[in-house]
Design a protein around this ligand. Structure first.
Ligand code: 5GP
Ligand code: ZN
Length: 114
């Protein structure tokens, strides 16, 4: 395997993803197993394992991008609320060890939850 890390493979374009946003430091794409309509992930392009390891600069960039994307998601998907979620460590349900923020739109209409 070319990439040790799944999300590094996605950033490199070697593993397909549905991209919603990209700039110099940050990449955002749809979650393959969404918890609700519009569930997406925001990641730093530079690999770091988790919240405890990520550089402050990357964390700031990813968080700012997540806020912008959350605003767009509310507008585009008509979401009524948003969960911003990070799992840090296997015991906190982290399954992919490249830092990511989940942006999970929430709806009054519960049929939009998966
Ligand atoms: P975690 O459990 O680490 O907080 O979240 C990992 C997320 O990555 C999960 O929501 C899972 O559905 C998503 N995921 C895992 N593999 C892939 C993949 O290959 N492509 C995409 N787009 N999402 C993935
Ligand atoms: Zn990585």
């Amino acid at each position: 395997m070319k990439h040790q890390c799944l999300f590094c493979g996605i950033v490199a374009g070697d593993i397909p993803s549905v991209k919603v946003f990209e700039d110099d430091t940050t990449y955002a794409f749809m979650d393959i197993n969404p918890a609700s309509d519009g569930h997406l992930l925001v990641i730093p392009k530079r690999h770091s394992k988790d919240l405890l390891e990520i550089e402050g600069e990357d964390l700031a960039d990813v968080t700012l991008a997540a806020q912008r994307i959350a605003k767009a998601v509310v507008k585009e998907f008509g979401a009524d609320g948003v969960n911003l979620l990070n799992c840090c460590g296997a015991d906190a349900w982290q399954t992919v060890f490249h830092f990511h923020l989940h942006v999970i739109p929430r709806y009054v209409d519960k049929t939009k939850d998966r």
